[in-house]
Design a protein around this ligand. Sequence first.
Ligand code: HAM
Length: 421
Amino acid sequence: MTDARKFQSVPGVRDILPPESAFWNHVEQTAGDVFATYQFSEIRLPILEQTELFARSVGASTDIVGKEMYSFADRDESSISLRPEATASVVRAYIEHGMHTQPGDVKLYYMGPMFRRERPQKGRYRQFYQIGAEVLGQSDHPGIDADVIEMVLVFIERCGLVGHTLCINSIGCKDCRPKYVELLRAALTKVKDRLGPDSQRRIETNPLRVLDSKLEAEQTVIETLPRIADHLCDACREHFKMLQAMLFMRQIAYEVNWRLVRGLDYYMRTTFEITAPGLGSQNAVCGGGRYDGLVELLGGPPTKGIGFALGTDRLILALEEAGKGAAAPQLDAFIAWMGAAAYPMAVRIARALRDAGCSVELPHEEMKFKKSLSLAARLNARFAVILGDNEVASGVATVKRMADATQQSVAERELAKILRK
Ligand code: HAM
């Protein structure tokens, strides 16, 4: 007896089917085109990395590393993980290949799947996709931050997204943040019994993350907490002021959100997020920020860094919600042939039209004309090229325009010209 088990994709992991997959290609192509105008080049990164890379950079106490990573012992007992994000990999590659010797800033972009074992829901998957970009170099000029933000906005707007919001914040540096974190911890300890268990735990492990809480009951308490903007050192305050001037110069609208701390440990100074309408609770389409010092932390030379990652799944969902999603693919020509003698002509014409760049559907089983024309209509073909005994004898095809059912006779060698119009 055969085992008639039905296989399904694992929870939180999904197939991307046509025609949606064509829309994904279009979005990814647009990203590459826009990023190239800002002089970014593509880096292709591995999906597997040493677990330690993420523990060190993203942070061992973060949810991503602590709870959500797919990690396993390889056959040699070393621990490896499916990447939950790609900034750590970019930095690893930057160090491994000595890219700091390249002239100017190193500007890289990437796209591909990431893996986090989160609770699946609309816009949240365990295998999801990111399009991201990173700038690594010697300068931490806020103009770089603003350029990176401008670039991602140009990209999503070119894809057709509207109604999105950019939020920015500064979370200080290694000089001013620890003092603020202590202040915050003290303030949180005073209101501990008004917080839920997650936030209570975070008072010890990562007080900044309490600011991220979406729990309704905690909101009024959080609003009374000290704000980092009031505790930035002079250099960080100046950097944040300059960033805002740089955004203003570019006519980029933004909101300052003092609670935008982000869930990864490597950030310092600038953090930003873009939210889009129509996505429900998982409405962040893009997150990013500055991570000066991360290269050193991973064993490289002193380097500044800033970047972002955009959730491709969410961007596409938002575009679809706005009615700007996948269009049914256009088929240029359906070859409706009948009679054994017409088949070689059909094969020849299909090849010639494809060489000319037309998309062609060539059925291989013989069908009655009525049936093949109905199939042509269901496949949304622009034209049906009809080939029967008369057409074979004369070398002239009958071309039917499906939109209005008009027919004309076209010599075989003229077909590509007529169909491409
Ligand atoms: P992140 O905020 O963890 O940042 O992720 C960036 C984006 O990826 C999110 O805004 C969201 O759109 C998408 N995303 C994250 N998790 C999921 C999920 N489970 N399902 C669907 N989409 C998801 C980073 O990953 C940083 N590496 C960004 C960065 C680059 N910062 C500097 N450079």
